[in-house]
Design a protein around this ligand. Structure first.
Ligand SMILES: Nc1ncnc2c1ncn2[C@@H]1O[C@H](COP(=O)(O)OP(=O)(O)OP(=O)(O)O)[C@@H](O)[C@H]1O
Ligand SMILES: [Mg+2]
Length: 817
């Protein structure tokens, strides 16, 4: 399966004209690192950027990625959005920006940051920092204002061409767009000698502005082009007196939107302005929940929405059954909402409505027992689709001091953050509300603390996790809800296992089982049983542990919890490995892999593949192991994850050792351990390099083995992977400090000089009056010290440092040995 190379959405309708613009832009993308398409709202910046992106996909082997920013309300979300779009997953507590820079380093990739204008500052900072750190990266931004960072090339998007005097009018792009959209609206409008002058005038009056042309065309079923031109002209005159400072084209757009709006029925106008409360796509359910009231009954929302779609004021995306507004139209609607004095009410209704909806779907994902996995996955997908609205609602909750609602919504989103690995973002929201939660209901604060604990535990911040869960447990006990208490006990017990506090872990998991009771929550019951299995294993009760773990997985599967089952399968694989039961571990990991695939959890999949590769390697099943290792590496790299790669490197080391290739075995183990050190994260496995190191030292001596270890530790992750999988020795990355003098002996430098002249070992031996065996030994030492695999690499390196026979330190001849 080849990875996806872009996320550019399919075109919603025919793109018109701009072929010369696009030729120029395609050229500029290669000549500049930051290209900003700027211009007023509705001129076609976004659409142009999408066309450009599609055109140049082939030139960016690492892909072209569109990041939509219009929907974001807070500056700190820009980074999360980029990371999420690229499919990167947080790993441990690493700062997201570091992971992002790492991931982009060396990649030939194009980022398209769309609609930056309301977040110019954070966009500029992020773009500047990424461009500085990642030499092959290019950025295209669309923004009503430039980002103003060094190296930015600002390209003003022109309007679509209007008919020129003497030119056949159908050749003008604006006319073409107008006629296209009129036909799409079902008006059957065709260009005739009679209507040509009106259409020409209309397109000119609309300044060739695509959005204005679309809105006008949507009305051609009921009005002739002449009537439309007349009426928009009236609006325009009305607006002109009102706002003389706005640029003409912008006034044209305002007049057009204003005109389309004035033609809506009162009920449509009410719905239209209320829709501006949403950020990003929204569903019909949510629109009904938020926008309906006494003036607008819920059952009418669908009909009204359909009419707004017909009039091009709202877009409908068939694929995910979501609606959205273009940014210029949304802003217009938001102004109307403000004028109607409904902004705060709608923001409240979004917060309250979404908190209720998300809580219900959050329960469907985790707690309600009689759900098939497909239903749970649908609930998850819906929460993810509405995530921008949740961000908007939480921003409002914080701004308006509605802490309880904020807490409720954040708790409802916790499963979604957990599954997508958005730990930092979830943590941030929960902390925003927890900091101000004094006096809020114990049940809510307790739940939020436990959610917080679970998320920060994933970031390996165990101190913070322990603090939150301890207080959370207390509050959940006081609140008296069995489900909440069961959840708190599970999380607390799981963390105790990791700290090696087995007795408290067992006690809490047992209490959880009692509290949940039979027929309580299958998910929480399975969690508690898995914890008890781990405790048994760590206490040395092998049979009890393995059987208990299988029972827990069964329990997950019976309640349709594939994600839980996959996670437990990985746990049980690790437990089997720790207990030396490799066959058992292999079976568990095999199952965990298929479950993780079905549940759509790539991080779990990568971890399980890496560990399975390692176990297969230890069981001498080289081919199967290599398949898993390759898949693990590919998947991990696509998500910017590193820990699974460490286990893949260990597996490659074990395979090398089985071939008696001690040098790569040592170097790959060293690379794996160094990678773990850099991450501050560790693979759970009973495999260890110690037996190999002992054997190698006994056979080859400590010096050489230590040197291999040092070289392996110095390899980057990519180098180690290439070395392990393709046998490619890394080229020297950095020159040794102090140049050749400190690395090589005088004799070795002399030999480098002779290698530069292309001399064989025999010729070198003759030249230096030494035996060919001694010359060969010197050459081998040089290769090892410099970490090279061929004489030509040595020659190139020597040339670079000007190592010649008369360079400083040139030694005299030594007696023939
Ligand atoms: N060349 C074109 N062919 C067809 N449709 C176009 C073209 N250019 C723009 N449009 C349409 O015009 C509308 C406005 O375009 P777009 O959203 O790209 O504007 P924008 O400059 O990005 O506006 P904003 O600043 O509000 O984001 C959209 O519906 C878009 O599909
Ligand atoms: Mg745009």
């Amino acid at each position: 399966m080849s990875p996806r190379r872009h996320n550019i959405p399919a075109e919603p309708n025919q793109f018109v004209g701009r072929s010369r613009d696009l030729d120029e832009l395609s050229r500029l993308v290669h000549e500049t690192r930051l290209l900003t398409l700027s211009g007023i709202g509705g001129i076609g910046k976004t659409r142009c950027a999408l066309q450009l992106a599609t055109r140049v996909v082939e030139h960016f082997p690492d892909g072209v990625w569109l990041v939509e920013l219009a929907k974001l309300t807070r500056p700190d979300l820009v980074l999360h959005e980029v990371v999420g779009t690229l499919g990167l997953r947080e790993e441990g507590g690493r700062p997201l920006l570091d992971s992002l820079r790492d991931f982009l380093y060396g990649k030939r990739l194009l980022l398209v940051l769309d609609n930056c204008e309301h977040l110019v500052q954070p966009c500029a900072e992020l773009a500047e920092s990424l461009l500085a750190a990642c030499p092959e990266l290019r950025v295209v931004a669309t923004s009503r204002e430039p980002l103003k960072i060094p190296g930015e090339l600002v390209w003003r998007v022109p309007p679509l061409a209007v008919p020129l005097p003497g030119q056949p009018i159908e050749q003008a792009e604006s006319v073409e767009l107008f006629l296209h959209r009129a036909r799409a609206a079902g008006s059957g409008l065709a260009l005739t000698a009679d209507n040509a002058p009106d259409i020409e005038r209309l397109c000119r009056d609309l300044d060739g502005l695509p959005l204005a042309l679309e809105l006008a065309a949507a009305r051609t079923c009921v009005l002739s082009p002449g009537q439309i031109a007349q009426r928009i002209g009236d609006r325009f005159r009305l607006l002109t007196t009102a706002s003389r400072t706005t640029p003409a084209r912008q006034r044209t757009l305002q007049a057009t939107i204003d005109w389309s709006h004035a033609l809506l029925s009162p009920a449509e106008q009410v719905l239209f302005r209320r829709l501006s409360a949403f950020s990003g796509p929204f569903t019909l359910d949510l629109a009904e929940l938020v926008c309906a009231d006494g003036d607008l009954p819920a059952f009418q929302v669908l009909d009204r929405l359909a009419l707004l779609v017909e009039k091009s004021l709202v877009l409908f995306d068939q694929g995910d059954a979501c609606y959205r507004l273009l940014e210029s139209t949304r802003q217009f609607a938001a102004d109307r909402l403000e004028q109607a004095g409904e902004s705060a009410t709608m923001a409240d209704r979004l917060l309250h409505g979404l908190a209720a909806l998300a809580t219900r779907h959050g329960h469907d994902m985790w707690l309600t027992d009689d759900r098939a996995w497909a239903d749970r996955a649908a609930a998850r997908d819906l929460l993810l689709r509405l995530a921008d609205n949740a961000r908007q609602a939480m921003t409002w909750a914080a701004a308006s001091g509605q802490i309880a609602h904020g807490l409720r919504l954040a708790c409802a989103y916790m499963p979604a953050w957990m599954i997508t690995g958005s730990f930092a973002e979830g943590r941030g929201w929960l902390e925003t509300f927890l900091e101000r939660s004094e006096g809020e209901p114990a049940e809510l604060v307790g739940d939020a603390l436990v959610c917080h604990s679970a998320l920060v535990f994933e970031q390996h911040d165990s101190a913070a996790a322990e603090r939150s869960v301890a207080r959370g447990l207390e509050l959940c006990r006081a609140a008296g809800s069995p489900v909440l208490l069961g959840f708190a006990l599970d999380i607390s017990a799981m963390q105790a296992v990791f700290r090696g506090e087995l007795a408290p872990a067992r006690a809490r998991a047992q209490e959880a089982l009692e509290v949940i009771g039979p027929g309580g929550s299958g998910y929480l019951e399975a969690g508690a049983r898995m914890i008890l299995a781990s405790v048994s294993g760590l206490e040395g009760h092998r049979r009890e542990a393995l059987a208990g773990g299988e029972g827990a997985i069964e329990c997950y599967l019976q309640t349709g919890q594939l994600y839980g089952a996959a996670r437990a399968g990985l746990e049980l694989g690790r437990l089997g490995d720790a207990l030396g039961e490799l066959d058992f571990a292999r079976r568990q990991l095999d199952r965990a892999i298929s479950l993780a695939g079905e549940a759509g959890s790539q991080p779990l999949l990568a971890l399980a593949l890496g560990l399975l590769g390692l176990i297969l390697a230890r069981q001498d099943q080289g081919d199967d192991a290599t398949d898993r290792i390759r898949e693990c590496v590919r998947l991990s790299q696509s998500m910017g994850q590193h820990l699974p790669v460490a286990s893949a490197l260990m597996a490659l080391a074990v395979l090398a050792e089985e071939q008696e290739d001690l040098e790569p075995a040592v170097r790959l183990w060293a690379a794996a351990k160094a990678l773990e050190q850099r991450l501050g994260l560790f693979t759970f496995t009973s495999a260890s390099p110690e037996p190999l190191l002992a054997r190698a030292r006994a056979r080859l001596g400590d010096g050489l083995v230590s040197q291999w270890w040092a070289m392996g530790s110095a390899m980057s992750e990519e180098e180690a992977v290439r070395y392990g999988l393709e046998g490619v020795r890394p080229a020297r990355v950095a020159k040794p400090a102090g140049g050749a003098t400190t690395v090589l002996t005088a004799r070795e430098r002399e030999i480098v000089a002779l290698i530069r002249r292309g001399m064989s070992n025999k010729a070198i031996a003759e030249e230096l009056f030494i035996s060919p065996a001694t010359a060969a030994r010197h050459v081998a030492n040089i290769l090892t010290k410099l970490n090279f695999s061929s004489r030509s690499q040595v020659a190139a390196w020597g040339a670079e440092l000007h190592i010649g026979l008369h360079s400083p330190g040139h030694a005299g001849r030594e007696p023939r040995s």
